[in-house]
Design a binder for this molecule. Structure first.
Ligand code: CTP
Ligand code: MG
Length: 289
């Protein structure tokens, strides 16, 4: 029997909503309800849900101690932390309580999922694939899809983008803010001059081989003992989103333990921006019932 931490304590800055993102409605139902029900539909026995500290009461109205459509699935609400990683760590502390409410024996090998409420349309089949992989011997499993875009590595925002240099010629005028077109002034690559900084232009420094790259989704699944160890080991990173791990599997990788990949689904998209919300609305409208 799998258990889950459902992360919902974010504020949704990039969505630009009033109040927490998890309480935003998608075709009449909150992201939070949809995500919790998806986990329950997939057979998850109990949930710990992370909520913003000041919104715990609103969350309790949506999830009154259990998943609304699955009263046999208990929900324990906890206040989240300063980063997603910190929220998951807070959720893990409450997992024994959730397991006890569901009558599940929480052992070292029990499959534990960590899922983003923002991925509220994740099909139960994806959840099942992750749980099955853990039950069949994986220590940690992530769902994902091969990337379809070509990806570029870019230089840090702080680095200046100067005019491109081709041989001895300066390709001035090829980008906004550069030396005026027609200038013959040559420059060495990386050599800065006044007015070269152009905040909207970043220099490409590499093109990774796309055939090895997958975009990762949630729920991610772990053996309970592995997830606990990974979070204990990475604890010092959790204080701020700028240092925190962006997914739990990265904390397992940092322990030197293997992480496996199973196929995700386009429906497991993360609602991050307005465009994502619009896309999710279209997907819900077209979903067979
Ligand atoms: N999350 C959390 N605790 C935090 C930050 C995020 O539980 N301190 C949760 C979010 O509620 C979300 C998931 O982690 O379900 C993924 O985070 P993200 O999509 O970044 O959501 P937000 O942090 O809310 O959005 P933003 O970064 O745009 O503010
Ligand atoms: Mg965030």
């Amino acid at each position: 029997m799998a258990l889950a931490v459902l992360t919902a304590a974010g504020s949704g800055n990039r969505l630009g909503c009033e109040g927490p993102k998890a309480l935003v409605e998608l075709a009449g139902r909150t992201l939070l309800e949809r995500a919790a029900e998806g986990l329950a539909d997939a057979g998850v026995a109990a949930l710990v849900v992370t909520a913003p500290e000041h919104d715990l009461e609103d969350f309790r109205r949506v999830l009154p101690g259990h998943v609304p459509t699955a009263p046999h699935v208990p929900v324990v609400l906890v206040a989240g932390g300063a980063s997603r990683q910190a929220s998951v760590a807070a959720g893990l502390e409450a997992l024994p309580e959730a397991a006890a409410l569901a009558g599940v024996d929480l052992g070292e090998d029990t499959p534990v999922l960590v899922h983003d409420a923002a991925r509220c349309l994740t099909p139960p089949e994806v959840v099942a694939r992750v749980v099955t992989a853990i039950e069949q011997g994986s220590l940690a499993v992530v769902p994902g899809l091969p990337v379809t875009d070509t990806l570029k590595e870019v230089a840090p925002e702080s680095s200046q983008v100067g005019p491109a240099v081709l041989g001895h010629e300066t390709l001035a005028g090829a980008r906004p803010g550069g030396t005026p077109a027609g200038s013959t002034e040559a420059r060495l690559p990386g050599e800065a001059c006044d007015g070269d900084t152009h905040p909207e232009v970043r220099r490409v420094v590499g093109t990774p081989d796309r055939s090895h790259l997958w975009a990762v989704q949630t729920p991610q699944g772990f053996r309970w003992s592995v997830l606990l160890r990974a979070h204990e080991h990475g604890r010092d990173l959790a204080a701020s989103e700028s240092t925190a791990a962006t997914d739990d599997a990265a904390l397992v990788e940092a322990l030197g333990l293997p992480v496996d990949m199973v196929r995700g689904d386009v429906l497991a998209l993360k609602v991050t921006t307005r465009t994502d919300l619009l896309l999710a609305e279209l997907l819900v409208a077209r979903r067979p019932t």
